[in-house]
Design a protein around this ligand. Structure first.
Ligand SMILES: Nc1ncnc2c1ncn2[C@@H]1O[C@H](COP(=O)(O)OP(=O)(O)O)[C@@H](O)[C@H]1O
Ligand SMILES: [Mg+2]
Length: 509
């Protein structure tokens, strides 16, 4: 039976104009354990804060037991039977367990004085009832995280919560504590409580939940009986993009070597650990080389070195046999290198300039008519780009900073992909894009590959790297520690181990 119904919940955060919840429906069943999963920023916490009265939705309705309710504050939420345990605990560290639990609703002797004994008794009772072991007189700041969490849960139960919301409760716990928590949740559910918990860990979803909700980019993309889905199903719904199994990539017929990077090193004065250390690889015509790694392991530095934005200490970079290391970006561009940077607003485009200026900026020579630019020709050319890249814009004279993220990225691609570059560098190709724009970007990248371009992709989205690349290198502390062929057997777990430095392909002496 449905106990909670949230309908059409919309929430925009004013300061940054982020649409955190874009019209969400959610139904909770009495006595069931619900898991909410989704990538960072999907809007999970926001949705739960709205249910708990901590945030107000722009629009949408909430029903409890089929009755429409307003939840202007957590206090009202408590009265309605809702309780929430936050990621950051809200306990007073110098008070006892008992004092924290009864705070705001203390039992009183003769209606006046705080009744210590009564408080201890009540707490003992509930802690026995739900087998949540707790010492009423213990001071909070001497407790483990698991114990503090138990106090938070008891506090909510004391306030009469029938519906308990937990925001990533396991992220702070160790294995044994997680097991204990799950036992508690099951017990609570058996006694008729309704549980919702947010998690990143799909194993937990399978172990403990009855129903799983999957959120992505402010939307609810799926609700399933946990039994009926596999971890892989949940994962692909969560990521919401084509995974490697869906991207249809033609087998490569690698051509001649385009990019050669040989023993590249960047050292920084006074820093022992090299920024880049002995980086060596090649990319051939029609190949995509993906570099995976945790941000900050040298990927960005490598890209800057390749595009002439950063001085190298030693080593060599060449394009089709011609050495380009030491050249400036302009002459590197002239050698057929194109670059789609991660920072599309700061680096990839000029916000104050209009669309057509952004499109032809690196290509003005082509539109010179004696001394002047052939503006009509430029506009025709740009109109065509806007059409073929499905950029949503009224005309090409509008400023680039009025475009949405997805459209701006398409604009940058339309410029960089023009004129068949020999070698293409793409950083974070789809970061912050919606699924449709991301798909479009993937298709264009694969078109470039088909046309024989050698492509380097750097992305923090491992799924994306695996989906697109023909071979994959992992960067860890300035080195490419391993290069894999991207065949069927390659797993993200394996790559992950290299990303975290748990495994390394090199023996260092
Ligand atoms: N108080 C806030 N002010 C502005 N933006 C916020 C605030 N809280 C969350 N956001 C933004 O709203 C989006 C959703 O955030 P959140 O609900 O915390 O997601 P999740 O819990 O799924 O990681 C994110 O883009 C986040 O940056
Ligand atoms: Mg969150």
């Amino acid at each position: 039976m449905s106990i909670i119904l949230m309908e059409g919940i919309v929430k925009t955060y004013q300061p940054n104009n982020v649409l955190a919840n874009a019209g969400i429906d959610l139904e909770l069943e009495e006595g069931k354990i619900h898991a909410i999963v989704g990538e960072n920023g999907a809007g999970k916490t926001t949705l739960m804060k709205i249910l708990y009265g901590e945030e107000q939705p722009d629009s949408g309705r909430i029903f409890i037991d089929n009755e429409k309710v307003n939840i202007p504050s957590p206090l009202v939420a408590n009265r309605l039977g809702l309780g929430m345990v936050h990621q950051e605990f809200q306990l007073f560290p110098s008070l006892t367990t008992a004092q924290n639990i009864v705070l705001g609703a203390e039992p009183r002797k003769g209606g006046l004085f705080y009744d210590n004994k009564k408080a201890d008794e009540i707490i003992k009772d509930i802690s026995v009832k739900y087998s949540l072991q707790i010492e009423p007189k213990a001071i909070i700041n001497r407790m483990t995280v698991g114990q503090k969490q138990r106090v938070e849960i008891l506090k909510m139960l004391y306030r009469g919560a029938r519906i308990l919301i937990l925001d990533e409760p396991t992220s702070v716990l160790v294995e044994q504590e997680i097991e204990a928590l799950f036992k508690t949740l099951k017990k609570l559910a058996d006694s008729g409580h309704t549980i919702v918990f947010i998690t990143h860990k799909l194993g937990e979803v399978k172990t403990v939940s009855d129903i799983v909700f999957i959120m992505k980019s402010g939307r609810m993309v799926a609700c399933r009986d946990t039994e009926s889905v596999t971890k892989e199903d949940i994962c692909s719904l969560m990521v919401g993009r084509r995974s490697e199994f869906f991207i249809s990539k033609s087998p490569i017929q690698p051509g001649k070597v385009v990019l050669t990077v040989n023993n590249l090193r960047i050292l920084e004065k006074g820093v022992k650990q090299p920024v880049l250390d002995a980086v060596t690889f090649q990319i051939r015509k029609g190949e995509i080389f993906g570099i995976a790694g945790v941000a900050g392991n040298g990927q960005a530095d490598l890209v800057e070195a390749l595009f002439g934005l950063r001085k190298i200490s030693s080593g060599e970079i060449s394009i089709s046999g011609k050495i380009i290391s030491g050249n400036n970006p302009k002459s590197i561009r002239a050698c057929g290198v194109a670059y789609v940077p991660a920072e599309r607003t700061a680096r990839g485009s000029a916000g104050q300039a209009c669309l057509w200026e952004n499109i032809v900026v690196s290509n003005t020579a082509r539109f010179k008519k004696r001394l002047f630019l052939d503006i009509p020709a430029i506009k025709l050319f740009c109109d065509d780009k806007v059409r073929s890249y499905a950029i949503k814009a009224e005309n090409t004279s509008m400023k680039a900073n009025t475009l949405s993220g997805g459209n701006l990225q398409k604009l940058v691609l339309s410029r960089e992909f023009d004129g068949y570059p020999e070698f293409l560098i793409i950083e974070e190709p789809t970061r912050g894009l919606d699924v449709k724009s991301a798909d479009f970007v993937y298709d264009r990248i694969l078109d470039m590959r088909e046309s024989g371009c050698a492509i380097l992709i750097i992305s923090s989205d491992l799924n994306e790297i695996i989906s697109l690349s023909d071979f994959i290198g992992v960067m860890y502390r300035g080195e490419i520690t391993i290069i894999f062929d991207n065949d069927q057997e390659l797993s993200s777990y394996e790559i992950g181990e290299y990303m975290m430095g748990v495994r390394t392909g090199k023996v260092k002496n």
